[in-house]
Ligand binder design. Sequence first.
Ligand SMILES: *Cc1c(COP(=O)(O)O)cnc(C)c1O
Length: 514
Amino acid sequence: MTGDASRRAPGGRAASAPLMGKATEPTIFEYSAPGRRAWSLRTTGLPEWSAEELVPAAHLRAEPLALPEVAERDLVGHFTRLSHRQYSVDLGAYPLGSCTMKYNPKVCDEAASLAAFRDVHPATPPVGAQGWLQVLVELEEALCEITGMAAATLQPAAGAAGELTGLLLMRAWHELAGERRTRVVVPESAHGTNPASVTLGGYTPVTVGTDARGLVDRAALAAVLGPDVAGIVLTNPNTLGLFEEEILEIAQMVHDVGGLLYYDGANLNPILGVVRPGDMGFDIVHLNLHKTFATPHGGGGPGAGPVAVSQRLVDLLPGPRPVRVGDGYGFATPPRSIGRIHSFHGNALVLLRAWCYIKLNGGEGLRRVAQVSVLNANWLHEKLRGAYDFPFDRPVMHECVVSAASLKRETGVRALDVAKRLLEEGFHAPTVYFPLVVEESLMIEPTETESPETVAALAEALVSIAAEARAHAAAGEHQPAHDAPRTTPVGRLDETRAARKLVATFDARERPAD
Ligand SMILES: *Cc1c(COP(=O)(O)O)cnc(C)c1O
């Protein structure tokens, strides 16, 4: 395929378009022209084989694959322009609550791009991969020290994959004891993946409510606990950014009915080096390396969601696991392993970045991460007093949840409008309408990597958006926030259209004329 080069000369349109303006960037196919190439290795002097010589005829395509043919200059220009239309953690603050969009240190990327790590095939026998295995074993040991658990699997590729792994471990544990339990308790403030993972794990989720303090309602918990409860999935601090103070009592209640405690440790920021899930009585915990341990989130992946367990669950962990063998390293599969969760060793280059981050910070550095993330969130929270409602007016952990309910009543400007208006101020939006237990919620997580000046500017922007809305309402004027964002490459999107009218392929000929 050659693309429709006659309609749009390569680079022509884009060359006249501003770097970050509203102009549409053509697809890579629209830059294509027959025979255009970036670079080639034709000068190596090695013999060249044709496809026919290398692949049996029966396996060859009848028609060549429809790939774009572009010059390197146009290729680099295209992707660079696209990258300029994005907001990212490298550009500025990204206070997307629950997602911990902290800055990712470049030195960790540097380590992951070293050929000695990058170019090792995952099937290399242990003798040829001792350095890699050392990294994986040391990462597991560090995560166990941080969480207070006995052993961990590094295989799960994300937080949700870790949750499923944890639920499968819970299931295997009860089955070994000859028990068939059917329900798992999930607080109503839980992350959406929690009830989904419980269901995928073959259990029925049972919801318990939140009390007036924003914590698990213990009376409601007592009412649902029984011999058919396999366990509870809990986040501490919970998704309201609040620390479950009665966690030891909750652990006792669940253990008393023979259930296990699962800790959703996606966001470990505020407790790093301060308290440990293992010491709180948890049996299973997953961590999101792509949140707490500063590895890239990617476009939905690759991430890494290691799962750490207490001593009594170690024999069930997925395998094979990298382990110490004498003075070196090898693999071992636990005797009652639930099996593989991922091919090879998980997303190894993400694991390497997290190992690097932990080594760089050390124990003291990680505790400082926790302290500064909590300080930044509380400082920001206090600055928003008066502009937004405080559904739970208590000190928060690494993120704060405020509500735009009064603002909406007074001005018609909703949490969604505030989020869109914030984009115009040069910040990424916070999480909105989650947790579900708070009306018009804005969940804001500044993270520890932002300077006091940046957190102050973010607070100032949020306060001035509320003030602007109130001023316009008082004057009976149209609300600018309703039209936001007006300065981004793409304006206000129809939030449901992509789901209702899924278009999975693109044909340049169908692009509307503009
Ligand atoms: C992000 C998050 C998850 C899910 O993690 P993924 O890597 O996106 O699958 C689960 N629980 C909580 C509390 C989270 O913040």
